[in-house]
Write a protein that binds this ligand. Structure first.
Ligand SMILES: [Zn+2]
Length: 71
């Protein structure tokens, strides 16, 4: 289980679904937020070589939530 504020790089497996802040090279683009899904690798960036993904908020994917039926 990751903790809020943990930082990941491309190729790392997403430890928890949720909202991540992406920090790019400052010459590429300003930081922004994305939703990442558990188990997939964080992707490389098209515009810079070393984005970093910082966990802001964990939010379980609805497909994995026990209260909902699968489709
Ligand atoms: Zn970038």
């Amino acid at each position: 289980m990751a903790e809020i504020g943990d930082v990941f790089k491309p190729g790392d497996k997403v430890p928890n679904s949720g909202i991540y802040k992406v920090l790019h090279d400052k010459n590429h683009v300003q930081e922004h937020e994305v939703t990442c899904v558990f188990g997939k690798p964080f992707p490389p960036c098209r515009g810079c070589s070393h984005p970093r993904f910082k966990l802001l908020r964990v939010a379980q994917h609805i497909d994995n939530n026990e209260h909902f039926r699968g489709q």
